[in-house]
Ligand binder design. Structure first.
Ligand SMILES: Cc1cc2nc3c(=O)[nH]c(=O)nc-3n(C[C@H](O)[C@H](O)[C@H](O)COP(=O)(O)OP(=O)(O)OC[C@H]3O[C@@H](n4cnc5c(N)ncnc54)[C@H](O)[C@@H]3O)c2cc1C
Length: 310
């Protein structure tokens, strides 16, 4: 039997989802809504089904689920897989409700008998589970599965025209408003400078912004910071925020709660700057500076400036 993967345009995590979907066996079909996605053949997709409908292109969760539901009838897959993005989880949640099926989120491995390994409790444990259903629905935990290529030919592209009802289109994105400060995307940044309660105030983030500017980095933060209104929720890293996987994550005045680490453990290296030598984040950090971040961060910035000038 085949496998059907929901592919989000310009979403690296979709390639990780395809790579895991291959382990389920059978030809890999993909669905892209809005625009064709090129280069999927290299990842093992044989057929790409494309829905070209302006009403859905920017995102419409129930309508995307309706597309998947109708394509299932045509493709007859053994499983539907999506990336563990907000959208992937939401669309498969809709699909599960429409088909009254179980749905496993945050999967990192699959067995031949319907068994899955998935991340639970903000990444603090791995669960072995079995999806008790002929059609398996699952999303893939971000940055836990490598996106690997094969020597596949380019995927064949087929237009798919779903029959949508008005109710499918009640919720849809009609406009994107860029925030004035929108710079380097947190999810894609190679370096993230992140601040927690230890930064002390919204103004305190000025020194983190300065350091981030020199490093071409994005600024992130902990939930304490967003709850205090010092930064917008879009900057939050963690279980209920963005999951990042930069080369370097600089955690300034962040204690390292499980829910925060769930969002940054994909980083290749973590540098913790913390005044408490016993802070839990040190267990996850590759490097640490124990000290007051109000002194340490400006000192790093000053050294960087010197290095950049010379
Ligand atoms: C369901 C649920 C979901 C959650 N989701 C998230 C999430 O997505 N992201 C998230 O971040 N949290 C999340 N949390 C909250 C999480 O449990 C922690 O409360 C939060 O991460 C703590 O933020 P913090 O590290 O900034 O603050 P604190 O835990 O208060 O830590 C502050 C740190 O700053 C250090 N510090 C203080 N002053 C200085 C200084 N001058 N210089 C250097 N260091 C200093 C302290 O030593 C301490 O380690 C969630 C919680 C729940 C229950």
């Amino acid at each position: 039997m085949s496998v059907l993967v929901l592919v989000e345009p310009h979403e690296e995590l979709s390639l990780q989802a395809i790579s895991l979907a291959r382990d389920l066996g059978g030809p890999v079909n993909a669905l892209a809504v809005g625009e064709p996605v090129t280069g999927l053949g290299a990842y093992g997709v044989e057929t790409l089904h494309v829905v070209e409908d302006d009403r859905l292109a920017a995102y419409a969760p129930a309508a995307w689920a309706a597309c998947l539901e109708q394509l299932i009838e045509q493709v007859q897959p053994s499983a539907v897989v999506a990336a563990g993005t907000n959208r992937g989880n939401e669309v498969l949640g809709h699909l599960a409700a429409r088909r009254d099926l179980p749905f496993a989120a945050n999967v990192i491995g699959v067995g031949g008998d319907g068994s899955v390994t998935r991340v639970r409790w903000g990444g603090s444990l791995l669960e072995e589970a079995r999806i008790d259903s002929d059609l398996k629905l699952l999303t893939v935990a971000p940055h836990m599965v490598e996106a690997t290529t094969l020597n596949g030919a380019e995927a064949s592209v087929e237009r798919f025209e779903p029959a949508l009802e008005d109710g499918d289109l009640v919720v849809r994105v009609v406009e994107h408003a860029e925030t004035p400060s929108a710079g380097i995307s947190l999810a894609e940044a190679k370096v993230v400078v992140s601040g927690g309660r230890g930064v002390g105030s919204a103004d305190g983030f000025g020194m983190l912004e300065e350091l981030a500017g020199l490093l071409n980095a994005a600024v992130g933060c902990s939930r304490v910071v967003t709850m205090a209104g010092w930064r917008p929720h879009t900057d939050q890293v963690g279980q209920t925020g963005t999951k990042v996987a930069p080369d370097l994550y600089i955690a300034c005045g962040i204690s390292g709660a499980t829910q925060h680490i769930a969002g940054c453990k994909g980083a290749k290296k973590i540098l913790a700057i913390n005044s408490d030598a016993e802070a839990p984040i040190l267990a996850s950090a590759d490097y640490a500076v124990i000290g007051d971040l109000a002194e340490v961060v400006p000192a790093i910035t000053a050294e960087l400036r010197k290095a950049l000038v010379s």
